[in-house]
Ligand binder design. Structure first.
Ligand SMILES: Cc1cc2nc3c(=O)[nH]c(=O)nc-3n(C[C@H](O)[C@H](O)[C@H](O)COP(=O)(O)OP(=O)(O)OC[C@H]3O[C@@H](n4cnc5c(N)ncnc54)[C@H](O)[C@@H]3O)c2cc1C
Length: 504
């Protein structure tokens, strides 16, 4: 690494939702620390965090069936759902704190209330959904969930989906009115505006090319200034690699032992977007179905009301695809470039094990637009091709690593990989995603700054009152938090609806 020009306390790589969250937490906890951000694109929130590149679901397990698998004995395991829900409550609390403290404003520019529903067809699936409903609705975090297998009731809830439905198969849905649509792009941009107002130096069109230890124990970061075509050298006590899909190659450059034997597998996403306002107006929910056999969990089909640029719109998908790029704006050499002597066996083992996924991705890749419309018609039987167009969403790089389940196991969650001394951390993986950014960034703080956590605890609790506590074990605290965050974030009409609970 060349000569170090600039020393700083913290370097954040990437201007996505994760760096935005970590930077905002650190600015409250250690305002005197100097933070620099390097982002290779021209703006914040342009990759996965952009509103058109993700589904904008505030994941709290209200509707996503992959968080509630059926156990071999037929019962439904809700432990993952509880975890995801609790994690989303941390995000709601931090966002509320930022709004209340006037650090960001206009929450309806980034979060809107929208019912979250699960919808299934066929006897076996209806039985599963009923069991899931019974297991969840008695839990304080999921109170207010409604179940119905009555087609007349479903016509009230989802008229567009029920119209012209000719199938005689049993059908059922659950609905929770306290779900949210989150514009993570808008949120990311707001957080970066806030950081810049707090004197964080955000350098756009600066691509990080290398990360190495310096002789004085800092991390040296080589940055390519795209506009001046000059390489700059910076150094920091702590580096966060928040490059989204671009994090793995950067982590590998650090050479830390924790970066070894890890690979990444990119899965791209496509959505169908509705361009007919009359159709958009007929639907008001996020409706999640069941994943097809062999499909990865993030490919669960869903029909979503979205709020983008203060306009209501309708998205269906995602359809999975394969591209060797790790970022939407990445290179076709990303995947092959990430195969190193230390992870080649891990990657090969995953290739052999994940034949079902490969087959599924190839099938998805071969779909014509009309075949995609056919999948949409399983949701909206009357959908017309001329009302919908395909948009390309972001890339998700799934982590491949050696686990107890064997060599080369594909992971569908997020992973914080950090050096033993806590001087550098990277975030890999993309699920549940930006919804749980606050939880994941708190994990980064706990892993990398253990010496400060005691000192920071009271401030963290001021920002996130449930920090360190289980909400499922404290239903009163949960109710208090739900009510106060709903008020601050402008989601209030849902709180009263949330309290009613019925089955028909
Ligand atoms: C199809 C799809 C649907 C999704 N749906 C949801 C959802 O409904 N709800 C949810 O919560 N999450 C969802 N997610 C996940 C969510 O989008 C991501 O978890 C989140 O946006 C990741 O944020 P990030 O900051 O880690 O990455 P990003 O937003 O991708 O930001 C990374 C940034 O780093 C920059 N960068 C990369 N490499 C370099 C480098 N070398 N130098 C400088 N800059 C660099 C990139 O340009 C980019 O701006 C979805 C993702 C996809 C792809």
């Amino acid at each position: 690494m060349g000569k170090i020009h600039e020393k700083t306390d913290i370097i954040l790589i990437g201007a996505g939702a994760m760096s935005a969250t970590l930077g905002s937490l650190l600015k409250e906890l250690a305002p005197e620390w100097e933070i620099k951000v390097f982002e290779k694109l021209g703006k914040a929130g342009e990759e996965s965090s952009n509103e058109w590149n993700n589904a904008g679901t505030g994941h709290s397990a209200l509707c996503e069936l992959n968080y509630t698998p059926q156990k071999p004995d037929g019962s439904v395991d809700i432990s993952k759902a509880i975890k995801v829900n609790e994690q989303f409550q941390l995000s709601r609390q931090f966002w509320s704190y930022l709004v209340k403290s006037n650090l960001i404003s206009n929450p309806d520019d980034f979060i809107m209330p929208i019912p979250h529903m699960s919808l299934v067809e066929g006897e076996e699936n209806v039985t599963y959904l009923k069991k899931r409903f019974e297991a969840l609705s008695s839990n304080p975090l999921f109170q207010g969930m409604e179940f119905s297998d009555d087609p007349e009731k479903l016509k009230e809830w989802i008229p567009l989906i029920m119209k012209d439905r000719t199938s005689n198969e049993p059908i059922a849905a659950t609905k929770v009115d306290s779900g949210t649509d989150v514009n993570f792009g808008a949120l990311t941009r707001m957080l970066f505006d806030h950081l810049e107002a707090k004197n964080v130096e955000v350098n756009y069109r600066h691509s990080v090319e290398d990360i190495k230890r310096t002789s004085d124990g800092l991390w040296g970061v080589k940055v390519h200034n795209i506009d001046s075509n000059v390489c700059e050298y910076h150094a920091a006590k702590f580096v966060f690699i928040g490059g989204g899909g671009g994090s793995l190659p950067l982590l590998q450059k650090t050479g830390i032992p924790e970066s070894k034997h890890i690979g990444g597998f990119p899965v791209s996403g496509l959505f169908l977007v509705c361009n007919n306002p009359e159709v958009v107006e007929k639907h008001h929910a996020k409706v999640y179905g069941k994943a097809k056999v062999g499909a990865p969990p993030m490919s669960v089909p869903h029909l979503d009301t979205r709020y983008i640029d203060n306009k209501k719109t309708l998205l269906f998908g995602p359809f999975a695809g394969f591209s060797p790029k790790f970022l939407k704006t990445g290179s076709n050499l990303d995947l092959i470039g990430s195969v190193k002597p230390n992870n080649v066996l891990t990657m090969l083992a995953a290739g052999v094990k994940e034949m079902a996924l490969t087959k599924y991705l190839v099938q998805q890749l071969m779909l014509s637009n009309e075949q995609r419309m056919e999948e949409l018609r399983e949701f909206i039987p009357s959908a017309k091709s001329e009302d919908w167009e395909v948009v390309t969403a972001g890339q998700r790089v799934q982590v491949i690593k050696d686990t107890k389940a064997g060599k080369g196991t594909l992971q569908f969650g997020t992973e914080v990989v950090s050096a033993a001394d806590g001087s550098i951390a990277a975030l890999l993986g993309a699920s549940p995603g930006a919804s749980t950014a606050v939880h994941v960034m708190l994990e980064v703080l706990e892993k990398c700054f253990p010496q400060y956590v005691k000192e920071w605890e009271s401030k963290i609790k001021e920002m996130i009152p449930s920090y360190g506590q289980s909400l499922v074990e404290n239903p009163e605290l949960f109710q208090e938090i739900l009510t106060s965050t709903s008020e601050t974030l402008g989601l209030t009409e849902n709180v009263s609806l949330h309290k009613s609970q019925s089955v028909s």
